[in-house]
Design a protein around this ligand. Structure first.
Ligand code: NAD
Ligand code: AHE
Ligand code: ZN
Length: 369
């Protein structure tokens, strides 16, 4: 079928709106009509050319929501008409990783996903005769996409697509890092580096679990107001506190953070996030994605003296199990999404969403199909 899509032809070049050809679902796959997709910083990272797994030409996008319109042979867990959120971290419930119960990083299709292909090693997208790469197994910058059934979460039908698409990445990544990865305890002091589409969700996750101090760190003062509404108790602008941000945070928390979260993707702030943690037990969770070639460093003494460095992908959430619950949290008013969606644009204007992100003007922009 013909499908309108934003195609990334080359690193560093704007997306181009094209009519591409999409093959129907094969065994174990589903065809989804996307109704909305968010634009995440990670799409921009890959488009920039800094992602070692970045492939071109490709259809980017990994924060979608839509409806199943066709299923391939053998599909049992979803049917036509089901509302779904595509999962870049699938949940097969059968691989060693899923069965371990120690990680959400299902590996059932990770290899082909990283090669921009479906699990059978081929692409479903073409432009004329040229195959287009899939991206993160989801390719949500297209009106329709094909996914393995293990890579969709079935959600309730009364949830608005143009809001809950954000649960496909940013909301789950931020809230999940608090709830699933760090398992933040009530009364904890939390420091969040970066108050963008991810960090603001860490803030609301920390409030949800009953954290005590929730300190937001950002160089953009405009982030203060919304972060405060979502539960931030203290705002720190590194440009205003002098040269020793770590000491400032340790003093503010009277000994250091119980948990810190890095939501920027900058290896210097990753170090600061670790070092502002409490001696003996503070845990720092890296969420931000740093470019190829970047490395983190600290004195090993920081770890010897009890601080813990961890990472979190997709918030540690098991997509098919946890995403429908997070949709319920939104529908029940336990978490907020609407104030974080600052712009909604048609597919034709997707480049504006990237421009607003670059200028620091948006939290999340959503494309409505
Ligand atoms: P964003 O651009 O919306 O937010 C980044 C924020 O960091 C901005 O508010 C910016 O002002 C602030 N910032 C930049 N440099 C800073 C500095 N030196 N000190 C303090 N604040 C600074 O980005 P986002 O969508 O929130 O994504 C954040 C990071 O998380 C990105 O690296 C993204 O790729 C990554 N990410 C990771 C996962 C995961 O599963 N691990 C999922 C989604 C996104
Ligand atoms: N190809 C990138 C990987 C970037 C990365 O870490 N991605 C996160 C999700 S970011 C969503 O916005 C992730 O889930 N990682 C686990 C995985 O298996 O990719 C790079 O930098 O190499
Ligand atoms: Zn993302």
């Amino acid at each position: 079928m013909d499908v309108r899509a934003a195609v990334a032809f080359e690193a560093g070049k704007p997306l181009s709106i094209e009519t591409v050809q999409l093959e129907g679902p094969k065994a174990g796959e589903v065809l989804v009509e996307l109704k909305a997709t968010g634009v995440c910083h990670t799409d921009d990272y890959t488009l920039s050319g800094k992602d070692p797994e970045g492939l071109f030409p490709a259809i980017l996008g990994h924060e979608g929501a839509g409806v199943v319109v066709d299923v391939g042979p053998g599909v049992t867990s979803v049917k036509r008409g089901d509302h779904v959120i595509p999962l870049y971290t699938p949940e097969c419930r059968q691989c060693e990783y899923c069965l371990s119960r120690r990680t959400n990083l299902c590996q059932a299709i990770r290899q082909t996903q990283g090669q921009g292909l479906m699990p059978d090693g081929t692409s479903r997208f073409k432009l004329g005769k040229t195959p287009l790469h899939h991206y993160m197994g989801t390719s949500t910058f297209a009106q329709y996409t094909v996914l393995p059934e293990i890579a969709v979460a079935k959600i309730r039908e009364d949830a608005p697509f143009e809001k809950v698409c954000y649960i496909g990445c940013g909301v789950t990544t931020g809230i999940g890092a608090v709830v699933y990865t760090a398992q933040v305890k009530p009364g904890s002091n939390v420091v969040v580096f970066g108050l963008g589409g991810i960090g603001l969700n860490v803030i609301q996750g920390a409030r949800m679990v009953g954290a005590n101090m929730i300190i937001g760190v950002d160089i953009n003062p405009a982030r203060r107001e919304l972060a405060t509404k979502l539960g931030m108790t203290h705002f720190v602008n590194p440009k205003e506190v002098g040269s020793d941000l770590v000491k400032y945070l340790v003093d503010l928390t009277k000994g250091g953070a119980d948990y810190s979260f890095e939501c920027i993707g900058n290896v210097q702030t990753m170090r600061q996030a670790l070092e502002c943690c409490h001696k003996g037990w503070g845990e720092s969770i890296i969420i931000g994605v740093a470019a190829a070639g970047q490395e983190i460093s600290t004195r090993p003494f920081q770890l010897v003296t009890g601080r813990v460095w961890k990472g979190s992908a997709f918030g540690g959430a098991r997509g098919r199990t946890d995403v429908p619950r997070i949709v319920d949290w939104y529908m029940e008013g336990k978490i907020q999404i609407d104030p974080l969606i600052t712009y909604t644009v048609p597919l034709e204007n997707i480049s504006q969403a990237f421009d607003m992100m670059h200028r620091g003007e948006s939290i999340r922009s959503v494309v409505r199909y």
